[in-house]
Design a protein. Structure first.
Length: 397
């Protein structure tokens, strides 16, 4: 019973860390006072952007991605697009060249994957000519003001930024509606709070922007199956700021079935746990960041997804009541649920069709059981195990 109590207490502390960090952020920002808007850069200060589109066998969706990038409301001479056709066996390179954009082809079957493709491309291109490098996945379309929104944070060369990673096929299934709620919770509420509090925003791999001075000084060293979390941990440990840019919107295709989502969820779970195991101590030991930033980074890297969090929290409350653990511990378990519930309610309020979105939550019990199984299965992918990418289907407008 003592070991069960200790184990549950550690799990409760892990679940409570994100809530504690947010409470500290609220206190640091005067409980939610909005920050003053940043002035847009002048005509002579428009940042130069290099947009990289890593693509592996993406002929189905690449054209739509490139069309959206070429329609950006941004000076044409201040940004360029390069597609990285990585170990492709289809017409990806041909689609890119037909669209009139630069395409570099990489053939290295022994070292496949998006992070290595990006690292290779950065060595081939003259990135010093630009202020920042933007990563946009090939199954993505970007909002017309995406680049202009990033430019509002100029100068860009010494920091990283993360755009609003939204869902393109939001209304397709209950699963995609739930994904849209999570995107809104993070990018409209959780991450802006971190920005106001002076904390780093997690990177999500798609729609992220990295200053060229950062890349030239530190290089690209994130090669795990969850390179976005690895890059977030590396930059945070080194004291490099990462800002959220909620007006810079990218729309990605969310998996619309549980089968299509399985490999993606396993990769995210296993990759994040791997990054946490490797980066937790370096972050805690870092002399470049504050104690509050250390707490928040550990909270982010150890945090479960909201569905797993709620499921585990409810389970711990049941165990605590059944085993008659101290009431204070039961309250800790309950308090840990406040954050995901509060962000979910806030995200529901900004959905364009809240009634239909709420109806999608009828699927939540099934999804929760599936998500627990996917998390357990992800344990076999810890480390540098390969993964199978999600199925692709045509864009749904």
């Amino acid at each position: 019973m003592i070991f069960l109590l200790l184990g549950c207490s550690l799990l409760g502390l892990m679940l409570l860390l994100p809530t504690l960090s947010d409470l500290l952020s609220l206190a640091a920002t005067g409980f939610g006072r909005p920050s003053a808007p940043r002035a847009a850069p002048g005509p002579g200060e428009v940042p130069r952007l290099l947009v990289l589109v890593p693509a592996h066998d993406e002929e189905m969706l690449l054209a739509a991605c490139l069309q959206s990038l070429m329609r950006l409301r941004y000076p044409a001479d201040r940004y360029s697009i390069t597609v990285i056709a990585d170990n492709c066996t289809d017409r990806t390179a041909g689609v890119a060249r037909a669209a009139g954009v630069r395409c570099v082809e990489r053939t290295d079957p022994a070292r496949p994957g998006k992070p290595r493709a990006i690292a290779w491309a950065l060595q081939q291109l003259s990135i010093a000519e630009y202020d920042a490098v933007v990563i946009v996945d090939a199954d993505t379309v970007v909002a017309p003001d995406f680049a202009a929104a990033l430019a509002k944070a100029a100068p860009l060369d010494g920091k990283a930024m993360q755009g609003y990673f939204d869902v393109h096929n939001r209304t397709e299934t209950a699963l995609t509606r739930l994904a849209a709620v999570l995107a809104a919770a993070n990018h409209r509420f959780a991450y802006p709070l971190k920005k106001r509090a002076g904390l780093n925003t997690p990177l999500v791999g798609n729609g992220m922007c990295i200053g060229t001075r950062v890349l030239l000084q530190h290089g690209w060293r994130a090669f795990s199956i969850c390179e976005d979390w690895e890059l977030y941990a590396q930059l945070t440990e080194r004291g490099i700021p990462i800002e959220c840019m909620p007006d810079a919107v990218v729309y990605a295709q969310a998996a619309h079935t549980l089968r299509a989502s399985l490999s993606q969820r396993q990769r995210w779970t296993a990759g994040k746990l791997t990054v946490f195991a490797r980066s937790g101590l370096p972050i805690l030991r870092s002399g470049r960041i504050s104690l509050r930033q250390k707490l928040d980074a550990i909270a982010e890297l150890s945090a479960l997804g909201p569905v797993l969090h709620l499921s585990l929290g409810a389970l711990l409350i049941g165990v605590s009541l059944a085993c008659r653990f101290p009431t204070a511990l039961t309250l800790v378990f309950g308090a840990s649920l406040f954050r995901p519930l509060a962000y979910t309610v806030a995200a529901l309020r900004v959905q364009p069709d809240p009634a239909a979105t709420i109806a999608a939550f009828a699927f939540l019990p099934v999804y929760a059981l599936w998500r627990i199984g996917a998390a357990v299965a992800a344990l076999k992918m810890l480390g540098e195990k390969p993964w199978i990418r999600s199925e692709r289907h045509h864009h749904v407008t």
